[in-house]
Design a protein around this ligand. Structure first.
Ligand SMILES: [Zn+2]
Length: 177
C-alpha cells in the first residue's frame, strides 16, 4: 500500500478509502445534517432595548427643547415638566444599566460554551464519512466503528458539553462562597 493511501482512514463497513470524505466535504456536497456546530452566541435582546432607550431619550430631548422655549404656561406646569424630564432620563439610565448587565451575562454564557464548541468543532473536523455506506466514523477510535446518529449528535452538540461548563462554574461559585 502507498503511504498516502494508508494514512487515509478506511471505512469500517466496506474497508475501502475511496468514498471516505471529511464531514466538511460531505456538508459542502449537500448533506445538511453534517453542518458544522454553530458558534454559541448570547441571546440578550440588546437591539430592542436600545431602540426603546433611544426613543425615550428622543422624547426627553423634545421635552427639554419645549422647556427652553419661553411659553405662557404657569411656572408650576414648567416645574412639573422639568421633573418629568429628569425622571425619564433617570429611568433610561437605570434601564440601560440592566440591559447592559443582561448582555454581559449573555456574553459570559456564550464564553462558557466556547470550549465545548471548540471541542465539537475539532471532532467535526476529525470525523470521516463513507459515501458508499452512509456511515460516519471516528478515525481516532481503533478499531474504526460506525457511529450511530445519537453518538454523532452528542459528539457535535455544544449544549450537552455546555452542561459540564455550567457545573464547573457552579463548583467555582461553591468554592468561592
Ligand atoms: Zn464504506
Amino acid at each position: 500500500m502507498v503511504a498516502t493511501e494508508s494514512q487515509k482512514p478506511v471505512c469500517p463497513v466496506c474497508h475501502q478509502a475511496d468514498q471516505v470524505q471529511t464531514l466538511q466535504e460531505a456538508y459542502e456536497s449537500g448533506i445538511e445534517r453534517f453542518a458544522p456546530p454553530p458558534m454559541p452566541v448570547g441571546h440578550a435582546p440588546m437591539a430592542m432595548t436600545m431602540a426603546i432607550g433611544v426613543g425615550v431619550i428622543a422624547l426627553c430631548s423634545f421635552l427639554i427643547i419645549v422647556l427652553l422655549v419661553p411659553t405662557n404656561f404657569p411656572w408650576q406646569a414648567q416645574v412639573i415638566q422639568a421633573a418629568l424630564t429628569v425622571l425619564a432620563i433617570a429611568a433610561v439610565l437605570v434601564f440601560s444599566f440592566f440591559a447592559f448587565r443582561r448582555s454581559v451575562q449573555g456574553d459570559l454564557q456564550s464564553q462558557q460554551l466556547l470550549p465545548a464548541w471548540d471541542n465539537a468543532l475539532a471532532t467535526w473536523g476529525r470525523l470521516r464519512y463513507c459515501k458508499r455506506d452512509n456511515v460516519v466514523f471516528d478515525p481516532q477510535q481503533t478499531p474504526y466503528k460506525p457511529l450511530s446518529d445519537e453518538e454523532l449528535d452528542s459528539l457535535l452538540s455544544v449544549k450537552a458539553a455546555g452542561g459540564q461548563a455550567g457545573e464547573k462554574s457552579e463548583r467555582i461559585a461553591q468554592r468561592a462562597s
